[in-house]
Ligand binder design. Structure first.
Ligand SMILES: [Zn+2]
Length: 383
């Protein structure tokens, strides 16, 4: 087993900017210009560098930066049957409401050619594990606890279900969700066997359901929202999340919920406190909520009964590096509601997110992590 975690463990939400060689290799792999072995050679080297960097910076819970992935959820397309990776531009060709989809991409500041989504075009089955290979590789290069990130079941269902392409195989998004839950349970069982210390499910769409119920499509969710009642959608999301983890133990499990991390233009991202999500969060079986609190758009730190908090203390999209004192002030707010053992430190979201559209540089991301480590070390002496 990995070493125990110190108080205020420092970690990331998952993604790290892809180095140029990896970004090129990802594009080449997708176009079958290079073999998987060649891609792995390039990605392996970059991940070894990133692990070393996390060690040097003082990260307590290490990730592979999702460097092998095109983005945090689309990568499942390469691991599944019945799923096709499509750019937003390709999706524009098939959706009925082309003008609306195009308008949405413009409003959200999302470039149609640089982001891909995994679209369900047939019965879905795992061809290979999503992340166990990533975990095993990481384990060979670190003796620190490791975090593995996975798209959550609600996100996958919403992203994969495009009525125009999916309905021949799954009549409804709920029918597709049944298979999504099954394959995420298979994945989780394997990750626990392979001794993942932390498994994080990413569910960024929950804020959109709660804050922008009128919007029918987003770039992450080509599916029609179908139901306009956010409460009903959130019930579905919670039930899927609970079914994925039901009966499992042996690893710490978290859910990451943010307000979007695709643009540095903060005005295109959602605003609002987590308050409307609180009753749903508290019914989740996952023990940790990995949340944004560095951005003022997220409002004040809230107490969620029975949960640990993965406290967002730095903004992954800005160049200004938060000082340890600024970070400590966010932690002090959390200490009003949470015991020191219940607080983990992380950025609000990933530093990379999309392979073609990183939110920051290695240099700034490293400085932000170093600041988090500084703040954690200052506070650890108190207990
Ligand atoms: Zn996020």
């Amino acid at each position: 087993m990995s070493a125990p975690l110190p108080l205020f463990p420092v970690t990331t939400v998952g993604s790290w900017p892809r180095p140029p060689a990896v970004a090129v290799a990802l594009a080449d792999l997708r176009r079958n210009r290079i073999a998987r072995a060649e891609f792995d050679r390039i990605a392996d080297a970059a991940i070894v560098d990133l692990v070393r960097l996390q060690h040097d910076l003082g990260c307590d819970l290490v990730t592979d930066g999702e460097l092998r992935r095109d983005n945090f959820y689309s990568f499942v397309a390469t691991k599944l049957t019945g799923v096709r990776l499509m750019t937003l531009a390709e999706m524009l060709d098939v959706v009925d409401d082309k003008a609306g989809f195009e308008r949405l991409l413009q409003t959200l500041d999302v470039p149609a050619y640089s982001i891909s989504s995994p679209i369900c075009t047939g019965p879905i089955r795992r061809r290979e594990s999503f992340t166990v290979g990533e975990l095993r590789f990481l384990r060979r290069h670190t003796d620190r606890p490791v975090k593995v990130t996975l798209p959550g079941p609600y996100l996958l269902m919403r992203a994969m279900f495009v009525p125009e392409l999916t309905r021949a195989h799954y009549a409804t998004k709920e029918a597709l969700a049944e298979d999504v839950v099954s394959l995420l349970r298979e994945e989780l069982a394997e990750l626990i066997s392979a001794k993942a210390d932390f498994v994080q499910f990413d569910e960024p769409v929950l804020t959109e359901v709660a804050f922008a119920p009128g919007r029918t499509r987003t770039f992450m969710c080509a599916a029609l929202a179908a139901r306009n009642d956010p409460a009903e959608e959130l019930e579905l999301a919670i039930s899927l999340l609970n079914r994925v983890v039901s009966g499992f133990s042996g690893t710490r499990i978290g859910v990451h919920v943010c307000r979007g991390n695709w643009s540095r233009d903060e005005s295109t991202l959602l605003t609002g406190a987590y308050t409307p999500l609180a009753p749903y969060f508290e019914r989740m079986q996952e023990s940790q909520l990995v949340l944004e609190y560095a951005t003022p758009r997220a409002g004040d730190v809230l107490k969620f009964d029975g949960k640990e908090i993965g406290l967002g203390v730095v903004n992954p999209r800005t160049d200004a590096v938060e000082s340890p004192a600024e970070i400590r002030s966010v932690i002090e707010k959390a200490l009003r509601f949470y015991a020191p053992t219940e607080i983990f430190l992380n950025p609000d979201c990933g530093f990379g997110t999309f392979s073609n559209r990183p939110m920051n540089s290695w240099e700034v991301a490293s400085a932000k992590i170093a600041s988090m480590v500084g703040a954690a070390r200052d506070l650890r002496g108190r207990w």
